[in-house]
Design a protein around this ligand. Structure first.
Ligand code: ARG
Length: 456
């Protein structure tokens, strides 16, 4: 029976249907139905024979879904209705009692919270494993010099390990963000809120919550069915993570170009060109770079869906899913790809050392040497700038300038000049905490190991 006389317009049915994507909620929907029905029987709301019949039918549904033999009908609006229809077909009357004391509104909010928990945990694990790969790669290249950049101009030399550890800390923050979302997904179970106002039965929400791994039940039935914060939080964590991955991808693209020649991507993570036989393109790193705006757009779109949306449930909320699902697929794939790329990329020690050997990158160190002798930093900066101009204008390195020329910039420079511009000296003088000197990088590796071993 239905209150409607006329059938749905097929175009509306197509627009309204979410089964094409929300089938991903099936395992969570089955788990929450099992817990709900067990509680209904424990509270005497349904008979325990009915509970057993429903449970057995849910097992059949689970097996059919796994085997791919579950038959979806055109009339199944979403996965929740499809499962209930099939349970009723198998268990008859008992199945028709499954939806007692709940609504699709608290049901879908709960299923989604469980899905968020699983995927936040998956992303946490994937970022942890990328962090481990970055740490191992940093350890293998601990004392390899390279130029550090600002504005993509050579700035000051650093160790490759230090740069790889910068990537490590960036991804380790993502790991923490995902772990917080997973923890939040346990805070407040929506189920039992009913459509929006609560239910007319003496239910035990805490029993269901405990079975589904929630620490507590949502304290307000209106908020419970209207809230999509977990979806926003996970999308925000995805967006930040894929933005981070885009920066790593971008550096891999730049470093692998012939002008840099710092890295060689493995064949497995490169493609050829359809016309230029010599080409080996870093497509995978480029895609890592370009996936980020897509993920950020999903976050922005869900903000749009929720903006000014009156409480409680509105069908608008069904539009939370595709954004979440696509972002999850994108970021889970990107994290795994980034890890494989890092593990298989080779670094070119000579090319990096050569670029880091440009002695102009020691200019700050020369200025600091004057500061050490009492010259105010601004004046020191000016004296060294004059020296740099002289070298650049005469197409010489700083090492090639004569003692007279150096003394002319400042007599205080002469004594320590050669040592300050010697290769490696600018690296080892960065002894400040968090700096690039080897001692500090070793200390940092220890901190990174500790961070990785700790619960985020
Ligand atoms: N497929 C719906 C969704 O994803 C389930 C909830 C439907 N509730 C309703 N009152 N129509 O949001």
């Amino acid at each position: 029976m239905s209150r409607f006389r006329d059938p749905q317009d097929p175009l509306f049915a197509a627009m309204n249907s979410s089964i094409g994507f929300d089938w991903r909620l099936a395992p969570y929907d089955i788990a929450l139905s099992r817990a709900h029905v067990r509680m209904l029987a424990a509270k005497g709301i349904i008979a325990s024979e009915d509970q057993q019949a429903i449970d057995a039918a849910l097992t059949v549904v689970e097996e059919e879904l796994e085997a791919g033999s579950f038959e979806f009908l055109d009339t199944d609006e979403d996965i929740h209705m499809a499962i209930e229809r099939r349970v009723t077909a198998i268990a008859g009357d008992a199945g028709a009692r499954m939806h007692t004391a709940r609504s699709r509104n608290d049901q879908v909010a709960t299923g989604l919270a469980l899905w968020v928990r699983a995927h936040a945990t998956a992303a946490e694990k994937a970022s942890e494993s990328l962090c481990a790969a970055l740490l191992a790669t940093a350890e293998r290249h601990i004392d390899w010099a390279m130029p550090g950049y600002t504005h993509l101009q050579r700035a000051q030399p650093v160790y490759l390990s230090h740069h790889l550890l910068a990537w490590f800390w960036m991804i380790n923050r993502d790991r923490r963000r995902f772990s917080r979302v997973a923890a939040d997904s346990r805070l407040a179970m929506p189920l039992g809120a009913g459509a929006l106002a609560g239910v007319n039965f003496d239910t035990d929400r805490r029993m269901v919550a405990a079975e589904l791994g929630f620490d507590a039940v949502a304290p307000n039935s209106i908020d419970a069915v209207a809230d999509r914060d977990l979806a926003l939080d996970l999308l925000a964590a995805y967006a930040t993570c894929s933005t981070h991955l885009s920066r790593i991808g971008s550096e891999l693209v730049i470093w692998s170009g012939q002008e840099f020649g710092f890295t060689t991507m493995s064949d497995a993570w490169s493609s050829g060109s359809s016309i230029m036989p010599q080409k080996k393109n870093p497509d995978a790193a480029e895609l890592l770079r370009a996936k980020a705006p897509r993920t950020v757009a999903h976050l922005s779109a869900l903000h749009g869906v929720l903006h000014a949306l009156p409480l409680t449930y509105n069908k608008d909320l069904q539009e939370d899913k595709e954004h979440l699902f696509d972002a999850a697929e994108t970021v889970e794939q990107s994290l795994a790809a980034a890890q494989a790329m890092i593990e298989t990329t080779t670094f070119n020690r000579e090319r990096m050392a050569e670029a880091a050997g440009d002695d102009l990158v020691a200019a700050t160190d020369l200025a600091d040497m004057l500061v050490g002798q009492g010259v105010p930093f601004r004046d020191a900066h000016g004296a060294i700038a004059a020296l740099v101009r002289l070298a650049v204008d005469s197409n010489r390195t700083l090492a090639e300038l004569s003692t007279d020329e150096v003394a002319n910039a400042s007599p205080l420079l002469v004594e320590g000049y050669a040592a300050a511009i010697a290769p490696g000296s600018a690296l080892e003088s960065k002894q400040s905490e968090g700096g690039t000197s080897l001692g500090r990088v070793r200390e940092q590796l220890g901190a990174a190991h500790a961070a990785l071993a700790a619960k985020p």
